[in-house]
Design a protein around this ligand. Sequence first.
Ligand SMILES: Cc1cc2nc3c(=O)[nH]c(=O)nc-3n(C[C@H](O)[C@H](O)[C@H](O)COP(=O)(O)OP(=O)(O)OC[C@H]3O[C@@H](n4cnc5c(N)ncnc54)[C@H](O)[C@@H]3O)c2cc1C
Length: 430
Amino acid sequence: MISRLHPTQARKTLSALGRLLYDVEPRTLWDRDTDTLDRRYRKLRLRYRDFANEHLAPQELRADLSVTDDEIVTLFQTAARQGFQTEQLPRPFGTGGLRAMIGGVLWPAVLKSEEFAAGCAGLGLAILAHDLGTAPLLLSGDRKAIGMLRDIYKEIAAGEPAIAAFAITEPGAGSDVEDTAGAATADIVTRARKVAGGYQLTGRKCFITGGRVARWVTVFAALEDRGVESWTCFLLDKSMPGFSVGRGERKMGQRAADASELILDDVFVPDERIVGELESGWALNRNVLNFSRPGVAAIALGIARSAFEHAASFCRATKLGGRPLISYQDVQLSLAEMLTKIQAARALVWQTARYGVPAEATGALPKAFAARVAWEVSTEAMELLGDHGTLHAQGVEKAARDARLTLIYEGTHQINLLAIVEGQTGAELG
Ligand SMILES: Cc1cc2nc3c(=O)[nH]c(=O)nc-3n(C[C@H](O)[C@H](O)[C@H](O)COP(=O)(O)OP(=O)(O)OC[C@H]3O[C@@H](n4cnc5c(N)ncnc54)[C@H](O)[C@@H]3O)c2cc1C
């Protein structure tokens, strides 16, 4: 019997207006948050969740152990048929809304990233990385590059697996190509040499998400023997002679997404495939990171949610001392802490989406916060499950492994904190 002091009972003593103003509905935070969105984004969020529930979540444990490139390509095409791989341009050029290009591109990105990662962060990353690959084309603001994006979208609309990847990282330059101070002395090996009609690219990129399955790659290269200040972005396709895929990394988490080495051996790239202006690559890269970090924050958020959901259902289903685990106050406190962190991370991610165009700090802030949350929540979930927490079948050890990666890619945690400092110097930071 529910106590008369419980909020649902106590509410009955209020007047009709008082009852209207006192919400005691046991609704999920997911539903409450969805209600706050514009109609278009509300519908999109539901569609992303339906897609994740149908195509990602049922495969998450198996795909973590083994998945083929053909499966990833098929998944990409399935997502594309729903319009989820062409959202950076408005209709009729893509499947985005009217605000897709300016200011509105972040909302679909963060909503989609959370849902896909909640379904399976590995499969999710494999099909989310495409938007990162095409981001330089859009963010260059260059009509020619936006034309390239349109052409890729046309291929996708025709059913082609025209997957894109983004390549900045090199064997000797990870953080150094994401940070002002590091970039000044970065050890760059990927270089572009001017030849008649275009550039000849030689060098190596590593840890490129989707590098193996992508058809298109936005590659950043230094001109001749100069440094990052000469960086220029080129759109390469895999059929170009001299362009090959090297080693695939065997990594701890998000294993369904490949992280591959790309080898450029005198690849001729015509002038028409320069993205934006010559030597504008560094600025473009910095802005791509501003845009992509909120998406990575949303991936981390989705992982945290998945860990929480796995843990909560375990605590409901498991008995300890004859009582469900969830009836113990210690367990409830732990779940409440997890939920609070998840909700705080979502608030931060959505706040950045509201800015429309993220700045350096507003891009890095949710990433730094949510990646920590994902790690804390997933390890807390493992603790709640005890020995079961170590079992693959329970999903929480996978969540912890998946979470760890969000502290590293799109800039390590330290690099994101430094971006907050750089971005707010001259403002809160003096
Ligand atoms: C799963 C995965 C997917 C990835 N996908 C892509 C992709 O699609 N495209 C792409 O281009 N790259 C990708 N990367 C690369 C990724 O962005 C880099 O790994 C990342 O930037 C870190 O670089 P690093 O590994 O060289 O670390 P390092 O730069 O060697 O850093 C080592 C340590 O030093 C710290 N550090 C470095 N500089 C500073 C500083 N100035 N101040 C304080 N601490 C510092 C770092 O925080 C870190 O703790 C991916 C990586 C992973 C793991």
